[in-house]
Design a binder for this molecule. Structure first.
Ligand code: TRP
Length: 447
């Protein structure tokens, strides 16, 4: 069967950046910056992104070399070995991630409607916003409806296909996303008193760097670059043979980093201008921001744009998670693209409902001492992603032939500019990255 490819270089870039840029940038990164000491965290994060870049390239190499889905890739590159089990895990994990990711995506849908119907009115208090959020996520129907809408949107783009769904949506939405976030950042940075927030973001206090800051930063780099669960591998399999893997990976990581910084520039100055606490944690986007929007000039417009940006960013990421399962079912099990999409929808929808209810009626239903949502989040982010990433770099550094890896990164030696760099990257893949991932994993276990 003829496999689809991304159409051109810009298409590859928006698809990969679309996967990377998501709730991780707009929601997770800013609250981590707030919780882990501002610029010091940003500073460490830069090193972590550099360290994750070779892992990103490894995933693209495996995908493009095999031209297969996350499971098939290992059957092609290491036939008859147990590496296919890594492939199997790489197919299951993204379905777990997409189920809880789309619950948070559903919250964004609900908050977009709240913003559009001008529900964040002036005079709102922060306590009021926290109560509103708490009531909303613990109710039964509204979050499930949001989750369903979000997952249906994801499925719709997936059914449209790789080129006319994923690539086309990214080409329109990613530039829009940058425009939206720049607009919001400029609005926030020109609030009276915003300077303190910018200093907090850009003037590091190095004494704040400790082991927990490093662990959080490396974990975030993993999450934000979509590593360790077969999504970049699957997208890599749609990259055509004349594409420059080193360049497009580097561009993707750069865009992802810039977007995280822009998101923080949109949020932190406002937090400081209103004298709020940056260490709010996960509630920052849904509790603190609506309060700020309610009380700033043009806030209603900024609120609508912000939650629109949140939905768009989350969608381009959830399609990358969803595509892993679909590609597997189509290529390994012979399902039609539509049939595969319906099956993945059914699984993710039911698992997502359990996640959603775990904030309300199922709050007391615990597995291993965790609610369903927390279990999915913790097991995938702290265990499956780092283990998947670790095994993947070991596969590329120690199982694949060096010649093949270099060949992929230089397009058979034709990209002469990549010859030296690819040697350095190969060294990082073989020695440095595995050690670094083991370090995060151990730290994550200890905390
Ligand atoms: N990177 C995305 C974000 O920042 C989320 C995401 C997409 C992801 N695919 C992934 C996270 C694979 C981990 C693994 O929101």
């Amino acid at each position: 069967m003829e496999r689809e490819n991304f159409g051109n270089r810009f298409g590859v870039l928006v698809a990969m950046a679309g996967s990377a840029i998501g709730l991780g940038n707009l929601w997770r990164f800013p609250y981590l910056v707030g919780s882990y000491g501002g610029a010091a965290f940003v500073f460490v994060y830069i090193f972590c992104v550099l360290l994750c870049l070779p892992i990103f390239m490894s995933e693209v190499v495996v995908g493009r070399r095999s031209h297969a889905n996350a499971y098939g890739a290992f059957k092609v590159l290491a036939p008859g070995t147990r590496w296919k089990w890594l492939g199997a895990v790489s197919v299951v994990t993204p379905i777990i991630v997409v189920s809880y990711y789309s619950v948070v995506g559903g919250w964004s849908v609900e908050y977009f409607f709240k913003a559009a119907t001008l529900e964040f009115t002036s005079g709102a208090t922060q306590a009021g916003m926290s109560t509103m959020f708490g009531r909303f996520i613990s109710s039964v129907w509204s979050p499930i409806i949001g989750h369903t809408i979000f997952l249906l949107l994801t499925a719709g783009i997936i059914i449209a296909g790789v080129k006319s769904g994923i690539e086309k949506f990214g080409k329109i939405m990613m530039p829009l996303l940058f425009v939206l976030i720049i607009f919001i950042a400029v609005r926030a940075a020109t609030l009276p008193g915003a300077g303190e927030g910018l200093r907090y973001l850009f003037k590091p206090d190095f004494s704040k760097i400790d082991a927990s800051v490093c662990a959080a930063a490396l974990g975030q780099a993993f999450f934000s670059l979509s590593l360790g669960v077969g999504t970049i591998l699957t997208y890599g399999s749609y990259v055509s043979k004349n594409e420059n893997i080193i360049a497009s990976s580097t561009w993707t990581a750069t865009a992802d980093f810039l977007f995280a910084l822009l998101a923080s520039c949109a949020i932190m100055p406002a937090v400081f201008a209103f004298g709020l606490n940056p260490q709010e944690g996960p509630g920052l986007v849904f509790e603190t921001l609506p309060f700020i929007f309610a009380n700033m000039p043009l806030g209603w417009l900024v609120a609508i744009l912000f939650f629109l940006a949140l939905i768009v960013a989350a969608l381009t990421s959830s399609i990358s998670l969803y595509e892993v399962g679909v590609a597997y079912l189509v290529e390994e099990k012979g399902l039609s693209r539509r049939g595969a999409s319906v099956l993945v929808f059914a699984i993710a929808w039911i698992l997502g409902i359990l996640c959603s209810l775990s904030f309300g009626p199922l709050a007391d239903f615990h597995i291993l001492g965790q609610t369903v949502f927390n279990l999915f989040d913790k097991v995938s982010a702290n265990v499956l992603m780092p283990v998947g990433g670790l095994l993947l770099v070991i596969f590329v550094g120690w199982v694949m032939k060096k010649h093949d890896v270099i060949d992929e990164m230089t397009n058979g030696g034709t990209l002469s500019g990549n010859r030296r760099t690819s040697q350095v990257i190969y060294f990082l893949i073989r020695y440095i990255c595995p050690l670094a991932v083991v370090a995060v994993f151990l730290t994550a276990l200890i905390f």
